[in-house]
Design a protein around this ligand. Structure first.
Ligand code: FES
Ligand SMILES: [Fe+2]
Length: 443
């Protein structure tokens, strides 16, 4: 009898290639047309995990969630569970949250502090750098068993942008700054108001929506159009007169940013800068902000905007909401949402921002509920054969996008599908491009 020597453990024994679908036929973006199949098809969903989520930079956590060695937070990259942890060297790393022995979830807590991760199945134990440090009954393993080969699978690249921690499985991905591209000018309207930076407060709110994750990501990139209609009752409640401004459709001036990386942001342009919450509004020195960020940002993306960093990280600067749309099959997403604040804010201002965020965009927020209802109902109607294969309309603003000389990159009118078209162009191109794991040799 001959025995086969163990292969290096970090590599899969074999890759079973799933066939890839060319998704070009689902799009005629120059005419603003998208086939609805992309939201509900199971095979496309599997391909999306392989070719959109696995190769892209994904938001993991905020740096302020890790203050001392041993702090950890568990989340997902696509449907892959991951642990994000600060090591003894104070470096933040991320690992697949699956034991190398039989694949058990190694850490079952949402967050906490620990010295090691010990699997509750057979007791393999890993340190904060992912190294396998203890194996019960080790004497019963063969001599060639090498612990060094059986550490946790580490996320290939991890980097931060102004407090936001991103990771990618893709060893060949461009650096994070390059992947964010021109979007950082817009992101800084939320992340760079304070020389001390930002932090998150109040934990993470998590809820389930019965809709495809792209519906939410697309809307946060692009859709101001729904505001007058979907949120009419919320706007009425929030108007000082109680009657609301919404007896007629308001044409709010503003711009919408789109780029070839799939990112998008929309924002009204106000001559007067303001934050909606009275306490937060009173806190800011708008002249100092103009000095720091420039007039265009203070009058635009700093206030009532919405944005998506491709693929599934979105935020609302004025509400202080940052969130991830975790895919859970083609029909379902989990929303994970934090409240982000400036570090220098006094405690009562941070608390005011947290409460304002919850009132508006928490799981029971008066705006959030409207949005979730739309996405769930869009998904539900797509289950029928006829309704599920309709062509959808993304034609708003075609031909109206350009450099405006004020906002960097390409922008269009606030009421536009421009950033949605950009988002789907990026999604289509990634879906049609073999990812690194499809061409990397097992050497
Ligand atoms: S599955 Fe983790 S020790 Fe066995
Ligand atoms: Fe909305």
């Amino acid at each position: 009898m001959t025995s086969t020597p163990a292969r290096p453990a970090a590599r899969p024994l074999a890759r079973v290639a799933e066939p890839a679908v060319d998704v070009s036929g689902y799009f005629a973006l120059d005419r603003g047309l998208i086939d609805r199949t992309i939201f509900g098809d199971q095979a496309l969903y599997r391909q999306e995990l392989r070719r959109v989520f696995a190769p892209s930079w994904l938001f993991l956590a905020h740096e302020s969630q890790f203050t001392k060695p041993g702090d950890f937070f568990t989340t997902y990259m696509g449907e892959d569970p991951v642990i994000v942890a600060m090591g003894r060297d104070r470096r933040i790393r991320a690992f697949l949250n699956a034991c190398r022995h039989r694949g058990m979830r190694i850490c079952r807590a949402d967050a906490g502090a620990t010295k090691a991760f010990t699997c509750s199945y057979h007791g393999w134990s890993y340190d904060m750098a992912g190294k396998l440090v203890n194996v019960p009954n080790a004497e019963d393993y063969p001599a060639e068993f090498d612990r060094e080969q059986w550490g946790l699978t580490e996320v290939a690249q991890l980097d931060t942008y102004k407090g936001l921690v991103f990771g990618t499985w893709n060893p060949e991905a461009p650096p994070l700054a390059e992947a964010l591209g021109g979007m950082t000018w817009y992101m800084d309207a939320m992340l760079d108001r304070d020389p001390e930076g930002t932090e998150v407060v109040g934990g993470v709110h998590k809820w389930v929506l019965e809709g495809n994750w792209k519906l939410a990501a697309e809307q946060f990139a692009s859709d101001w159009y729904h505001v007058n209609i979907s949120h009419a009752s919320a706007l009425m409640v929030m108007s000082p007169s109680g009657k609301g401004p919404k007896t007629e459709i308001v044409q709010t001036p503003g711009r919408q940013y789109t780029d070839p990386l799939g990112h998008g942001a929309g924002f009204p342009t106000h001559a007067k800068s303001r934050f909606d919450d009275r306490v937060v509004h009173g806190y800011y020195d708008y002249e100092a902000l103009r000095e720091r960020l420039g007039d265009a940002r203070v009058e635009g993306p700093m206030t009532t905007g919405h944005a998506t960093v491709f693929p599934n990280f979105s935020y609302l600067p004025v509400n202080g909401s940052i969130r991830v749309w975790h895919p859970k099959g083609p029909d379902r997403m989990e929303v994970w949402a934090w409240t982000i604040v400036d570090r220098s804010m006094p405690a009562e201002v941070k608390e005011a921002q947290r409460l304002y965020n919850l009132r508006t965009f928490g799981p029971t927020g008066i705006f959030e509920q409207d949005d979730g209802e739309n996405w769930s109902e869009c998904q539900a109607t797509a289950h029928g054969f006829m309704a599920g294969s309709m062509t959808l309309n993304y034609q708003m603003g075609i031909g109206l996008q350009a450099e405006d000389g004020v906002h960097p990159g390409t922008t269009g009118r606030l009421y536009s599908d421009g950033a949605a078209r950009g988002f789907y162009a990026r999604w289509r191109d990634l879906m049609n491009t073999p990812a690194w794991h499809e061409h990397q040799k097992d050497t």
